[in-house]
Design a protein around this ligand. Sequence first.
Ligand code: UD1
Ligand code: CA
Length: 474
Amino acid sequence: MTDRHLAIIVLAAGQGTRMKSSLPKLLHPLAGVPIVSHVLATARALDAAHVVTVVRHERDRLAAVIAQDLPESVIVDQDEVPGTGRAVEQAVAALPDDFTGDVLVINGDVPLLNAQTLASFITKHRASAASATVLSARPADVNGYGRIVRNGTGAFDRIVEQKDATADELGIDEINAGVYLFGLNALRDQLANLTTDNSQGEKYLTDVIELLRGAGSEVTAVPVAEPWVVAGINDRAQLSETAAILNALIVRGWQLAGVTVQDPASTWIDLRATLAPDVTILPGTQILGSTVIETGATVGPDTTVLDCEIGADATVKRTDATLAVIGSGASVGPFAYLRPGTHLSADGKIGTFVETKNAVIGVGSKVPHLSYVGDATIGEGANIGAGTIFANYDGVNKHRSEIGSHVRTGSHNVFVAPIRIGDGAYTGAGTVVRKDVPAGSLAINVAPQRNMDGWVQANRPGTDAANAAAKSGD
Ligand code: UD1
Ligand code: CA
């Protein structure tokens, strides 16, 4: 049910300088979706009356993600005054005049934060008399965070940013998680009093705490039990640390749902992938994008699948596949490369050192060894000989090949597209198929073989080969 007394402000206007990236920090992928998408999903789950997201740096790219993930959010453009305090000031101004209640502020770079943590945080704040509550944490590494300064009695006094902290303050082990709940009026009053009088020349949201205390208001800091929940991402080292934590959670979730993951440390599963019970994932495997894996399938070892559909009981071993459909009971690899548009039907096979692209392979058909299948349709129950190339490109245009059902093609064929091979046809080894082959025909076009008797002994006398030939009874 919508919380009519709750407004959420998501801060997403920062530049993310410490990432040293041309991609805005909040759009860096984490488990296959932008960092900010995790925060927007959490905000959405809280079902607040109003959500405002503040953008500035690369605003159009951020706005596109917000429009997709949290369309109910109002988007506010931060002006040239820097700092989290300014961002919140402008967001508050965008709230409707008739709104009364609490304002939850979340940094856009705290992606592991979940709705349960926030719900209990909101409950604690509302049960207290505080005009502001700050979520705090005691992580092993406090570097980069603002520190929670408490007075002699242990009461929360203010937040000092790392860059403004004294040596003593730098030793404080409790940090500001970047998540705050404010009474709207108290917040609005103090935002007006923020200055840029600090080492970074920014309006710090964190200074609101000290201002509220000065005005006689009560503020509290509530520590989270597990500090990883509020891990903030400022640089790429923190990005990979956070990704590892999230991946461990995702893998464990699938394990508890009935998926065997032999080696969680070397298995990466994106947020949007779905796996059925009794799927087995072997070491060194990445299940990326919106991949779907059906029951009984075995994927890995050393396999990357992106946006693929893998059917029940299929086996995919040492393979790289993107936008491919692998039918139930089918077998892929080892060492296969499936490019977009590959559709391997049930019980089919794409074997060792085989590359496929825009290839529809019928039920039970096999491409077992050392082949390239591009822009092709293969019927049911066909077998493509080892070392076959579908020559789909004439140097200017791509053309399709159509291979019928129950076709048997010889080893080391070239199919020069556009070409059709009819149902039940055969081709000989080494055939370069340039003309259509009618159903049931055998196509051969290799030159007849000529054996020149005694050639080795005459032309390579005394060699091991010549001696072996001399000794041979043939
Ligand atoms: C901030 C807090 C710090 C806290 C930490 C928790 C302040 C002043 N400091 O520091 O106490 O420990 O988060 O992770 O708030 N942003 C804007 N507009 C701006 C600047 C930033 O919207 O002008 C957004 C950023 O996109 C980001 C968030 O606010 O999502 C936090 O900004 P960041 O620069 O990462 O703050 P920290 O230095 O991490
Ligand atoms: Ca940050």
